[in-house]
Design a protein. Structure first.
Length: 324
Protein backbone atom coordinates (compact mmCIF):
# COMPACT_ATOMS: atom_id res chain seq x y z
CA UNK A 1 0.00 0.00 0.00
CA UNK A 2 1.33 3.45 -0.96
CA UNK A 3 1.97 5.88 1.92
CA UNK A 4 -1.10 7.91 2.83
CA UNK A 5 -0.72 11.52 1.67
CA UNK A 6 -3.06 13.07 4.21
CA UNK A 7 -2.18 16.60 3.15
CA UNK A 8 -3.30 15.94 -0.43
CA UNK A 9 -6.48 14.30 0.83
CA UNK A 10 -7.17 17.30 3.06
CA UNK A 11 -6.81 19.64 0.07
CA UNK A 12 -9.24 17.53 -1.96
CA UNK A 13 -11.93 18.10 0.66
CA UNK A 14 -13.48 15.59 3.05
CA UNK A 15 -16.06 15.30 5.80
CA UNK A 16 -14.43 15.65 9.23
CA UNK A 17 -16.84 15.23 12.15
CA UNK A 18 -16.03 17.13 15.33
CA UNK A 19 -16.00 14.13 17.65
CA UNK A 20 -18.40 14.15 20.65
CA UNK A 21 -17.76 12.58 24.04
CA UNK A 22 -19.67 9.45 25.09
CA UNK A 23 -20.45 9.35 28.81
CA UNK A 24 -22.26 6.98 31.12
CA UNK A 25 -25.11 8.12 33.36
CA UNK A 26 -22.50 8.71 36.10
CA UNK A 27 -20.65 11.05 33.69
CA UNK A 28 -17.69 8.72 33.23
CA UNK A 29 -16.12 7.96 29.88
CA UNK A 30 -18.07 5.23 28.06
CA UNK A 31 -15.18 3.64 26.18
CA UNK A 32 -17.31 1.21 24.16
CA UNK A 33 -19.62 3.90 22.85
CA UNK A 34 -16.71 6.28 22.33
CA UNK A 35 -15.09 3.70 20.06
CA UNK A 36 -18.47 3.10 18.45
CA UNK A 37 -18.80 6.76 17.51
CA UNK A 38 -15.42 6.71 15.77
CA UNK A 39 -16.34 3.53 13.90
CA UNK A 40 -19.61 5.10 12.81
CA UNK A 41 -17.78 8.12 11.36
CA UNK A 42 -15.27 5.99 9.51
CA UNK A 43 -17.88 3.50 8.28
CA UNK A 44 -19.93 6.47 7.04
CA UNK A 45 -17.07 7.55 4.78
CA UNK A 46 -15.67 10.47 6.79
CA UNK A 47 -12.21 11.40 5.59
CA UNK A 48 -10.99 12.41 9.02
CA UNK A 49 -11.82 12.87 12.68
CA UNK A 50 -11.22 15.86 14.95
CA UNK A 51 -10.93 14.96 18.64
CA UNK A 52 -10.46 17.17 21.69
CA UNK A 53 -12.37 20.02 20.07
CA UNK A 54 -15.38 22.06 21.23
CA UNK A 55 -17.86 19.25 20.45
CA UNK A 56 -15.72 16.86 22.52
CA UNK A 57 -16.15 19.36 25.38
CA UNK A 58 -13.19 21.51 26.35
CA UNK A 59 -13.69 20.31 29.96
CA UNK A 60 -12.12 16.94 29.11
CA UNK A 61 -8.85 18.63 30.05
CA UNK A 62 -10.02 19.34 33.60
CA UNK A 63 -11.23 15.74 33.95
CA UNK A 64 -7.99 14.11 32.78
CA UNK A 65 -9.66 12.76 29.64
CA UNK A 66 -7.72 14.53 26.89
CA UNK A 67 -5.14 11.78 26.26
CA UNK A 68 -7.54 8.84 26.87
CA UNK A 69 -10.11 10.18 24.39
CA UNK A 70 -7.45 10.86 21.74
CA UNK A 71 -6.05 7.38 22.30
CA UNK A 72 -9.41 5.67 21.81
CA UNK A 73 -10.01 7.47 18.51
CA UNK A 74 -6.48 6.68 17.33
CA UNK A 75 -6.93 2.97 18.09
CA UNK A 76 -10.10 2.76 16.00
CA UNK A 77 -8.60 4.84 13.20
CA UNK A 78 -5.52 2.61 13.14
CA UNK A 79 -7.69 -0.48 12.80
CA UNK A 80 -9.58 1.10 9.92
CA UNK A 81 -6.41 2.35 8.22
CA UNK A 82 -5.72 -1.13 6.85
CA UNK A 83 -8.65 -0.56 4.50
CA UNK A 84 -8.92 3.25 4.32
CA UNK A 85 -6.59 5.69 6.06
CA UNK A 86 -8.12 8.76 7.67
CA UNK A 87 -6.81 12.15 8.76
CA UNK A 88 -6.38 12.42 12.53
CA UNK A 89 -6.71 15.90 14.01
CA UNK A 90 -6.36 16.85 17.67
CA UNK A 91 -7.83 20.00 19.18
CA UNK A 92 -5.27 22.19 20.97
CA UNK A 93 -6.10 25.22 23.10
CA UNK A 94 -4.88 27.29 26.01
CA UNK A 95 -1.79 29.40 26.59
CA UNK A 96 1.64 28.39 25.30
CA UNK A 97 2.48 25.75 27.91
CA UNK A 98 -0.86 23.96 27.67
CA UNK A 99 -0.96 24.16 23.87
CA UNK A 100 2.53 22.67 23.55
CA UNK A 101 1.74 19.85 25.99
CA UNK A 102 -1.41 18.98 24.07
CA UNK A 103 0.37 19.12 20.71
CA UNK A 104 3.15 16.89 22.05
CA UNK A 105 0.54 14.44 23.36
CA UNK A 106 -1.13 14.36 19.95
CA UNK A 107 2.24 13.82 18.25
CA UNK A 108 3.06 10.87 20.54
CA UNK A 109 -0.30 9.32 19.70
CA UNK A 110 0.30 9.58 15.96
CA UNK A 111 -2.05 12.42 15.06
CA UNK A 112 -1.41 14.22 11.79
CA UNK A 113 -2.23 17.82 12.71
CA UNK A 114 -3.65 20.02 15.43
CA UNK A 115 -6.65 22.31 15.29
CA UNK A 116 -5.35 25.40 17.05
CA UNK A 117 -7.79 27.59 18.99
CA UNK A 118 -6.89 31.12 20.04
CA UNK A 119 -9.84 31.57 22.40
CA UNK A 120 -7.68 31.57 25.54
CA UNK A 121 -5.47 34.36 24.17
CA UNK A 122 -8.08 37.09 24.17
CA UNK A 123 -5.63 39.88 25.00
CA UNK A 124 -2.75 38.76 22.79
CA UNK A 125 -1.58 40.94 19.93
CA UNK A 126 -1.38 39.65 16.37
CA UNK A 127 2.40 39.25 16.69
CA UNK A 128 1.95 37.25 19.90
CA UNK A 129 -0.66 35.01 18.29
CA UNK A 130 1.64 34.34 15.34
CA UNK A 131 4.52 33.46 17.66
CA UNK A 132 2.20 31.15 19.58
CA UNK A 133 1.19 29.43 16.35
CA UNK A 134 4.79 29.18 15.17
CA UNK A 135 5.80 27.43 18.42
CA UNK A 136 2.96 24.91 18.27
CA UNK A 137 3.62 24.36 14.56
CA UNK A 138 7.08 23.10 15.39
CA UNK A 139 5.42 20.09 17.01
CA UNK A 140 2.72 19.23 14.45
CA UNK A 141 1.21 20.85 11.33
CA UNK A 142 -1.44 23.44 12.07
CA UNK A 143 -5.08 23.86 11.18
CA UNK A 144 -6.19 27.34 12.17
CA UNK A 145 -9.52 27.65 13.96
CA UNK A 146 -11.68 30.75 13.72
CA UNK A 147 -14.08 29.94 16.56
CA UNK A 148 -17.17 32.10 16.86
CA UNK A 149 -17.03 34.52 19.82
CA UNK A 150 -20.40 33.23 21.16
CA UNK A 151 -18.72 30.00 22.32
CA UNK A 152 -15.32 31.32 23.35
CA UNK A 153 -13.55 32.56 20.23
CA UNK A 154 -12.13 36.00 19.47
CA UNK A 155 -12.32 38.33 16.48
CA UNK A 156 -9.44 37.90 14.02
CA UNK A 157 -9.12 40.12 10.95
CA UNK A 158 -7.74 39.61 7.47
CA UNK A 159 -4.29 40.90 8.47
CA UNK A 160 -4.00 38.15 11.07
CA UNK A 161 -5.06 35.41 8.66
CA UNK A 162 -2.60 36.65 6.03
CA UNK A 163 0.27 36.28 8.49
CA UNK A 164 -1.04 33.00 9.88
CA UNK A 165 -1.46 31.44 6.42
CA UNK A 166 2.10 32.47 5.53
CA UNK A 167 3.48 30.09 8.20
CA UNK A 168 4.98 26.98 6.59
CA UNK A 169 3.40 24.76 9.27
CA UNK A 170 -0.17 25.77 8.34
CA UNK A 171 -1.98 23.16 6.24
CA UNK A 172 -5.62 24.23 6.63
CA UNK A 173 -8.04 26.64 8.29
CA UNK A 174 -11.42 25.86 9.80
CA UNK A 175 -13.59 28.93 9.24
CA UNK A 176 -16.26 29.10 11.95
CA UNK A 177 -17.03 32.68 12.99
CA UNK A 178 -20.73 32.33 11.97
CA UNK A 179 -20.33 35.71 10.29
CA UNK A 180 -20.04 36.38 6.54
CA UNK A 181 -17.79 39.40 6.93
CA UNK A 182 -15.40 37.49 9.15
CA UNK A 183 -15.48 34.48 6.81
CA UNK A 184 -14.44 36.73 3.94
CA UNK A 185 -11.63 38.10 6.12
CA UNK A 186 -10.16 34.59 6.27
CA UNK A 187 -10.49 34.05 2.53
CA UNK A 188 -8.95 37.43 1.79
CA UNK A 189 -6.07 36.80 4.17
CA UNK A 190 -5.31 33.41 2.66
CA UNK A 191 -5.54 34.80 -0.88
CA UNK A 192 -2.99 37.46 0.03
CA UNK A 193 -0.63 35.12 1.89
CA UNK A 194 1.15 33.62 -1.11
CA UNK A 195 0.30 30.09 0.10
CA UNK A 196 -3.30 29.72 -1.03
CA UNK A 197 -2.53 26.63 -3.12
CA UNK A 198 -1.05 24.86 -0.09
CA UNK A 199 -3.87 25.56 2.39
CA UNK A 200 -7.13 23.61 2.57
CA UNK A 201 -10.13 25.72 3.54
CA UNK A 202 -12.83 24.04 5.63
CA UNK A 203 -16.18 25.37 6.73
CA UNK A 204 -17.08 25.32 10.39
CA UNK A 205 -19.98 27.70 9.79
CA UNK A 206 -22.83 25.40 10.81
CA UNK A 207 -25.28 28.10 9.71
CA UNK A 208 -23.89 28.25 6.14
CA UNK A 209 -22.51 24.79 5.35
CA UNK A 210 -23.79 24.14 1.84
CA UNK A 211 -23.40 27.69 0.60
CA UNK A 212 -19.83 27.83 1.94
CA UNK A 213 -19.07 24.76 -0.17
CA UNK A 214 -20.59 26.35 -3.29
CA UNK A 215 -18.90 29.74 -3.25
CA UNK A 216 -15.66 30.82 -4.87
CA UNK A 217 -13.68 33.87 -3.70
CA UNK A 218 -10.78 35.09 -5.84
CA UNK A 219 -10.35 31.54 -7.08
CA UNK A 220 -10.43 30.02 -3.59
CA UNK A 221 -12.89 27.27 -2.69
CA UNK A 222 -13.91 25.88 0.67
CA UNK A 223 -13.39 22.19 -0.05
CA UNK A 224 -14.79 20.38 2.99
CA UNK A 225 -16.18 20.72 6.47
CA UNK A 226 -14.92 20.17 9.99
CA UNK A 227 -18.21 20.44 11.78
CA UNK A 228 -20.17 19.57 14.88
CA UNK A 229 -23.19 19.28 12.60
CA UNK A 230 -21.44 16.51 10.70
CA UNK A 231 -21.04 14.56 13.95
CA UNK A 232 -24.65 13.48 13.28
CA UNK A 233 -26.18 12.03 10.09
CA UNK A 234 -22.62 11.55 8.83
CA UNK A 235 -23.40 9.14 5.97
CA UNK A 236 -25.69 11.75 4.50
CA UNK A 237 -23.07 14.47 5.03
CA UNK A 238 -20.59 12.44 2.98
CA UNK A 239 -23.15 12.07 0.18
CA UNK A 240 -23.86 15.80 0.24
CA UNK A 241 -20.20 16.78 0.02
CA UNK A 242 -19.53 14.30 -2.78
CA UNK A 243 -22.58 15.58 -4.65
CA UNK A 244 -21.44 19.19 -4.38
CA UNK A 245 -17.95 18.27 -5.58
CA UNK A 246 -19.44 16.64 -8.66
CA UNK A 247 -22.24 19.12 -9.43
CA UNK A 248 -21.51 22.42 -7.72
CA UNK A 249 -24.11 24.38 -9.71
CA UNK A 250 -27.07 22.06 -9.11
CA UNK A 251 -30.06 24.21 -8.01
CA UNK A 252 -31.29 21.65 -5.48
CA UNK A 253 -28.34 22.50 -3.26
CA UNK A 254 -29.84 25.90 -2.54
CA UNK A 255 -32.97 24.35 -1.03
CA UNK A 256 -30.91 21.82 0.88
CA UNK A 257 -28.80 24.68 2.25
CA UNK A 258 -31.80 26.22 4.02
CA UNK A 259 -33.05 22.86 5.27
CA UNK A 260 -29.68 22.03 6.80
CA UNK A 261 -29.38 25.47 8.41
CA UNK A 262 -32.85 25.13 9.94
CA UNK A 263 -31.97 21.67 11.26
CA UNK A 264 -28.74 22.97 12.69
CA UNK A 265 -30.60 25.80 14.41
CA UNK A 266 -32.55 23.23 16.39
CA UNK A 267 -29.63 20.93 17.13
CA UNK A 268 -27.27 23.74 18.09
CA UNK A 269 -29.93 25.63 20.08
CA UNK A 270 -29.56 28.96 18.32
CA UNK A 271 -32.72 30.25 20.03
CA UNK A 272 -30.92 30.08 23.38
CA UNK A 273 -27.50 31.36 22.36
CA UNK A 274 -26.08 27.86 21.65
CA UNK A 275 -26.35 26.85 25.30
CA UNK A 276 -27.70 23.42 24.34
CA UNK A 277 -25.49 22.81 21.31
CA UNK A 278 -23.51 19.86 22.65
CA UNK A 279 -26.55 18.28 24.28
CA UNK A 280 -28.39 18.74 20.98
CA UNK A 281 -25.72 16.79 19.11
CA UNK A 282 -25.94 14.11 21.80
CA UNK A 283 -29.72 13.93 21.47
CA UNK A 284 -29.53 13.24 17.74
CA UNK A 285 -26.83 10.62 18.30
CA UNK A 286 -29.05 9.05 20.98
CA UNK A 287 -31.85 8.84 18.44
CA UNK A 288 -29.41 7.21 16.03
CA UNK A 289 -28.63 4.59 18.68
CA UNK A 290 -25.03 5.71 19.07
CA UNK A 291 -25.25 7.23 22.56
CA UNK A 292 -27.11 5.95 25.59
CA UNK A 293 -27.96 9.43 26.85
CA UNK A 294 -27.17 13.10 26.41
CA UNK A 295 -25.00 13.53 29.52
CA UNK A 296 -22.29 16.20 29.49
CA UNK A 297 -19.37 16.62 31.88
CA UNK A 298 -21.09 19.67 33.32
CA UNK A 299 -24.24 18.40 35.08
CA UNK A 300 -25.90 21.76 34.39
CA UNK A 301 -25.47 21.38 30.64
CA UNK A 302 -28.39 19.86 28.75
CA UNK A 303 -31.17 20.59 26.31
CA UNK A 304 -32.81 24.00 26.57
CA UNK A 305 -36.57 24.32 27.11
CA UNK A 306 -38.28 23.56 23.83
CA UNK A 307 -35.15 22.19 22.14
CA UNK A 308 -36.33 18.56 22.20
CA UNK A 309 -39.49 19.55 20.34
CA UNK A 310 -37.47 21.59 17.86
CA UNK A 311 -35.31 18.55 17.10
CA UNK A 312 -38.51 16.53 16.64
CA UNK A 313 -39.70 19.16 14.17
CA UNK A 314 -36.61 19.23 11.96
CA UNK A 315 -36.26 15.44 11.95
CA UNK A 316 -39.83 15.18 10.65
CA UNK A 317 -39.46 18.09 8.21
CA UNK A 318 -36.16 17.09 6.57
CA UNK A 319 -35.88 13.31 6.23
CA UNK A 320 -33.44 13.86 3.34
CA UNK A 321 -30.83 15.00 5.88
CA UNK A 322 -31.04 11.89 8.03
CA UNK A 323 -28.91 8.76 7.61
CA UNK A 324 -30.86 5.87 6.07
Amino acid sequence: MAPFDWRARLREGVVIPAHPLALTSSRKLDEDRQRGLTRYYLDSGAGGIAVGVHTTQFAIREHGLYAPVLELAREVASEAARERPVIKIAGVCGARGQALREAECAARLGYDAVLLSFGALAQATTDQLIEHARAVGEVLPLIGFYLQPAVGGRALGAAFWRQFAALDSVVAIKIAPFNRYATLDVLRGVADSGRAAEIALYTGNDDHIVLDLLISFRGLRIVGGLLGQWAVWTRRAVEILEGIHHASAAPEWLQLADHLTDANGAIFDVANGFSGCIAGVHEVLRRQGLLEGIWCLDPNEGLSPGQFAEIDRVCAAYPELIDP
